[in-house]
Ligand binder design. Sequence first.
Ligand code: PGA
Length: 253
Amino acid sequence: MRQKLVAGNWKSNGNRQFVEQLLGALKAHSDQVPAEVKVAVCPPSVYLTKVEELLRGTAFLLGAQNVSAFEEGAYTGEVTASMLKDVGCSLVIIGHSERRSLLAENESQFAEKIKLALNAGLQPVYCVGESLDQRRQGQAQAVCREQLLAGLAAVTSEQAAQLVIAYEPVWAIGTGETASPEQVQEVHACLRQALRERFGEQAELIQILYGGSVKAANARELFALPDVDGGLIGGASLVADEFLAICKAGINA
Ligand code: PGA
């Protein structure tokens, strides 16, 4: 009943030429993307308008990698949720582990960002995930649950169906090491249960993506897990063939 979603997080990679080449290749082979799989690309913010133009008339969705925790006004350098909506974004990644660890962002900022994104009509893709130490200490589920509930503090039950959650174990991001299907399903089920406690039956509508070294070779097995509704793809989203193959893995899963 939940549609599969595959979102490519390009991070701080590329330039104008790269953007044109990658989108050209994705568009040329867009017939390979199954109709039942929703696909989004999240370029660096300076390329959002360019990507929006190039994607016009296609089924690809546009997403941003970050949003300001401020609504509007004198916040030099910030890009607001209403601006992202204005340039054609449907979604925005919030709480990525790189922003947690490298930019010292915290859950109260994420809660604010999620609130502003929802108010602007954007789907937040809220990322949670444990570190290797936390997993070794048996805290993976507790950490993810805590991050989830803190970030969603301001979300109402009416808004819950607009949420997308991404489970991204920190130790699996960009490392080539993927969580095992058992580890993934265990955390996703725990997140689903926390969403049920928080939002009741709306929880069944919330897509929970897995992210962390997803590739064409492991996507099908991961996407077939009962509580996995697609993926958030970093490195592999920069290679058109690989990304399209991951999108195809959303079918029949
Ligand atoms: P990766 O990144 O696929 O390169 O591991 C995933 C992410 O950070 O969203």
